[in-house]
Design a binder for this molecule. Sequence first.
Ligand code: ZN
Length: 202
Amino acid sequence: MKIICVGRNYVDHAKELNNPVPSEPMLFMKPSTAILNNNKPFYHPEWSENIHYEAEIVLRICKNGKYIQPEFAESYYDQITLGIDFTARDIQDRCKAKGHPWEVAKAFDHSAVIGQFITKEDVDVQNIHFSLDKNGERVQTGETKDMIFSFADLLVYASQRFTLQVGDFIFTGTPAGVGKVVVGDELTGRVEGSELFRIQVK
Ligand code: ZN
């Protein structure tokens, strides 16, 4: 399986990192070894001084798809959850400055937190409300209506490059409010008020 992620899918987040708003989705991938689920702790890597959380709605692909047509895109995922795209911002900034790929800053072990899945019928996918708390304080809130590229747009675009397979995950981008984690922090992710993960940084 693979994890496809999109960068800069919320205007306010692109602005907070001084990035231009993209005209087409900016995709990158994480390997299966990046997954961290079942509320297991996140062990802060020693090679970064600035690991950031990015709370994102995650889609679970339920059928194989290549060149998915827009009118059928919604049928290619059946469950959603909240996840975290952990990012070593200091390493990423260095990669960007050199024009190098990002994998070492984005695709490292346990960089893809995945919460408990819920069926998509339980939410209004056009307008999902989600939030992330750090140590009990709200640090990010998002609404999927504010995405630059909708879930359908992302599935259509991604499947023109990478065949989507059952069990793949799509991380759909983070809203504003990203920030640093340190050892001892607790992160709690919610969709429509329901807690889908709670993890400790160790
Ligand atoms: Zn992200």
